[in-house]
Design a binder for this molecule. Structure first.
Ligand code: PXP
Length: 250
């Protein structure tokens, strides 16, 4: 069973566009939990254009009512970000190498170039009892470095797979993800995945054994608008549980 962690940044973005607290992020997360979602992800960026620092505190308090729901906070390990994460102590923190003004994450870590930053940040997370994950491209050569800097898990950056999904090139690319995941698992690193996954491509990606968690935001919100939140979540959970491998529904 792969955990579905819903990234709620888009819900915060929708709220921010009108300047009042609607939709209310905690209410929305409550709806997801009622639909049996067990993971919530946020990516608070320095400009607070989607999820704000205050949202992180509010969600931490709200999720305290649901100890079986995992809170994952992702972002670049700036001093400000690390201070926030260490203050709220989520179950998991995913470190991402994105610039402050970046539209969205678009590459994994170059671990050797950032060895000092990652080693220090990952040690701080470990000492605070927070599970860590680092965003990685599907490149088996990067996995050893992830282990050495002290990550508990890697999150495979899946934009490449999503881009090639349904094309002839998909097979070779999926193989690169499979090999990277297997290398990580051999080193006892857990494997998460995320970015541009959707209800059509997820089943194929989850043919890779042992993916512990997928973090999905953009497509899930779009599909919820098209088909309803309940229906979309139901389909995602069916794929994550392995009940469905291919979804032709949409
Ligand atoms: N993982 C990381 C590290 C991300 O930055 C994002 C986007 O915020 C996601 C997963 C989710 O990507 P998407 O919104 O395309 O599902």
């Amino acid at each position: 069973m792969t955990m579905l962690s819903v990234n709620v940044n888009k819900i915060a973005l929708l709220r921010n566009s009108r300047g009042r607290n609607f939709p209310n992020l905690c209410d929305f997360v409550g709806k997801l939990i009622n639909l049996k979602v067990k993971g919530i992800t946020v990516h608070p960026r320095p400009d607070e254009r989607h999820v704000t620092r205050q949202d992180v505190f509010d969600l931490t308090k709200f999720l305290g009512l649901y100890p079986d729901v995992e809170f994952n906070i992702e972002g670049f390990p700036s001093d400000q970000f690390m201070e926030l994460v260490l203050a709220v102590r989520p179950a998991q923190c995913t470190l991402v190498p994105d610039e402050p003004d970046q539209l969205t994450s678009d590459h994994g870590w170059d671990v050797s170039d950032n060895e000092q930053l990652l080693t220090g940040s990952l040690a701080d997370l470990r000492n605070a009892g927070i599970r860590s994950s680092i965003f990685l491209d599907p490149d088996p050569d990067k996995v050893e470095g992830a282990k050495q800097v002290g990550a508990d898990r890697i999150e495979l950056y899946t934009e490449g797979f999503a881009h090639h999904f349904g094309l002839e090139s998909e097979h070779a690319l999926l193989e690169a993800y499979r090999v990277t995941a297997a290398c990580a698992q051999a080193l006892e690193l857990g494997v998460n995945a995320g970015h541009d996954l959707d209800i059509k491509n997820l089943g194929r990606f989850l043919q890779i054994p042992g993916i512990l968690e997928v973090s999905i935001g953009h497509a899930l919100v779009v599909e919820s608008i098209q088909y309803g939140l309940e229906s979309a979540i139901e389909r995602y959970l069916a794929v994550c549980s392995g009940e469905e491998t291919e979804t032709h529904y949409y």
